[in-house]
Design a protein around this ligand. Sequence first.
Ligand code: GDP
Ligand code: MG
Length: 440
Amino acid sequence: SLQDGLSSAFKTLRGQGKLSESNMRDGLKMVERSLLEADVSYEVVQTFMKNVTEVAVGEKVLKSLNPGQQVVGVVHEELIALMGPVDNSLHLRGKDEVSVLMMCGLQGSGKTTTCGKLGRMLKLAGRRPLLVAADLQRPAAIDQLHVLGEQLEIPVYSDRAQKDPVAVCNAAVQQAKKLGADVVILDTAGRLHIDDELMGQLTRIDKKCNPHQVLLVVDAMTGQDAVNSAKAFNEALELDGVVMTKLDGDARGGAALSVKQVTGVPIKFMGTGEHLDALEEFHADRMAGRILGQGDILSLVERAQREFDQDESAKLESDLAKGEFTFDSFKTAMRQMKRLGPMRKIMGMLPGMGKMLDVMGDADPEEDMRRLFGIIDSMTPDERKKPKLIDQSRRRRIAEGSGVEPSEVNELVKQFDAMAQMMTGMAGKNPRERMAMVRE
Ligand code: GDP
Ligand code: MG
């Protein structure tokens, strides 16, 4: 990884007192390569490297850090500065007025999906959104929005007889109050490539409807194309923010850096999946970590928390608040997390789970989970509620029932205790406080 490479590149640095351009050269080369690999545009990388070198040169090599870490630190800070200040707010008017959000972007960037996601988010926040089908390029686009609206139970305005998207948008905004909406979200048309006709259409919608926020939707997977289109959209329309989609894929997010640089407009949200709840506020620090290849653990944890089935997790919370964490709660938590994909990664983030997995060896994580569940299923309901009951003879019985060694049952119970302590301690704490606990 970048960190490992830097560590060795800087091994000799310790004790040299200061970072200098020559002794940093190898490390910075690696940073540069990693940025380019992360889709940050060439010009941006050049400017960036110059800034970092200026900041880093002359910094004392701290004794507590290795110089590689220290340079990563400087680069990290600089990345955060470049992507900030972040403004996640949509600056909506009060609920007694009508706010208008205009979404624009290339075809396939995720506009329609993001309209649905934003609508869902606003509805959860107590707003009354109205989705407007202003993409008249393809009849299917109107249907797509109606399907989303039905799924989310959010009203959709469309007019199949009207050929002019400006008129559709205008009519929707005019009727918003009557339709009981306080936020109108315009789903406009896109193209595979920027053209004058599209820009003309968007400019007319902008002039006529005077949206409070014009948001550009860009596909992070398209890298440099995303940057070029962002530039063009920002020249034609005054953008207020960017939503970067498909950050659940392989994209390392370098486009985020370039788009911010090129447009000067903050990235407000990121799309992290096809599901309608996969929309997160953009955080510069996490994206900086992701660009540097350090992973995006906080986002992963948040995703894990969000995707928890609401009812089950409410039950789990209330049990935890009462100080109860049983093998049944454990199973519930595991089942919910199973949907989240890379099991080992997610399980490794739970307190105690990393060790528990180690006990299970290098088997396939799904197999690990079946084994764990097998053990739990061989317990009596009483044992699941009060693991303290599990003495040597019960341990042997459970092991026999689940086809494992008694020592595995023992390990599971031990790790369960550690996890139970951590989990009940987490009750009533917010995600940030929880993360701090997990890190310890
Ligand atoms: P539009 O043409 O700009 O309206 O794009 P759509 O909203 O129709 O999205 C195009 C495709 O991208 C669809 O298959 C979406 O499911 C998918 N999509 C949109 N946002 C995301 C995202 O954040 N992650 C992933 N994986 N897919 C997305
Ligand atoms: Mg669309």
